[in-house]
Design a protein around this ligand. Sequence first.
Ligand SMILES: Cc1cc2nc3c(=O)[nH]c(=O)nc-3n(C[C@H](O)[C@H](O)[C@H](O)COP(=O)(O)O)c2cc1C
Length: 318
Amino acid sequence: MKIDFSKPLYALAPLAGFTDLPFRSVVKKFGVDLTVSEMISSNALVHNAKKTEKMLQRSQREDPYSIQIAGSNLEVIRRAVEIINEREGVACIDLNCGCPAPKVVNNLQGSSLLTDLPQMGRVIETIKKYSAKPYTSVKMRLGFNEKNHVEIAKTAEAAGADFIAVHGRTRADRYKAAVDYDAIREVKKAVSIPVIANGDITTPQKAAWVLEYTGADGVMIGRAAVGKPWIFAQIKEGHERADAKLICEVVLEHFDQMIAHYGEYGAIIFRKNLHAYSKAGYQGASAFRDRINRITDPAEMREEIAAFFSQPLKEEGQ
Ligand SMILES: Cc1cc2nc3c(=O)[nH]c(=O)nc-3n(C[C@H](O)[C@H](O)[C@H](O)COP(=O)(O)O)c2cc1C
């Protein structure tokens, strides 16, 4: 349950719709240090526990594991924290202060908390006060429309956050504008809690550069791990590339975990992952994607997957 910042920490970013239990448990095999649940609305957690149960679950491999919540109503946050307190194996509760989606932002959740820092501070204080877990953390952007990252980070620290993850963009930047690593460096200089740098880290070289340039205590990787969960082994152990045999094993294990977690419907949810995995450099990838988009039966899909991923890569350049 310890989150170890004595050496660079490698974390999987929360990606709603992707970083569910099956994916996280696959990524975990490649040495990622910290995994985080998908964003869970504190309202849904408190009022519709059934809907969130699967999202809260962790795989046995996940330790330390963090649950990310979103919300700003202090009473709801307190109750959400108390529900999480009942669960074993959770090291950290993370507050989402970055989600740009309108339906989240309109309820003073996610990145819109950055427009009301006193309230953001109170939410963090509430988590810290009621949580029975060892760590409280915050995942922030650099600001809402304008950058005020240093103020945000200092507010989080003063409210009791044990560490922060900084996505180097504002809400207005959404997901495409250039990541401002200078701003992450400024945050690192301004606070004394550990800082994890996030945004557009896509290769081992970039991870090393971001750690060096920002001085951050770790890096968090999201989109680059989708379809390439082995990126963490490449970074941590210097593996150069994933070969076709490894990819085939990973995809099949991921698929099996999807069916175990979601039942038959897992096959349909898995299509988006297959789209990502099939980009590694295979002949006939687009025809494969068309085929699996029409398959609903898990056994049939597994056969398609095994056949497609047993071919060699066009060029082993992964
Ligand atoms: C599809 C998608 C879903 C996301 N869901 C979440 C989420 O649930 N919680 C969160 O804090 N950030 C979420 N993010 C933001 C990522 O965690 C991360 O900050 C961002 O993608 C930048 O990192 P990357 O370039 O490594 O992906 C999401 C991003 C994407 C693209």
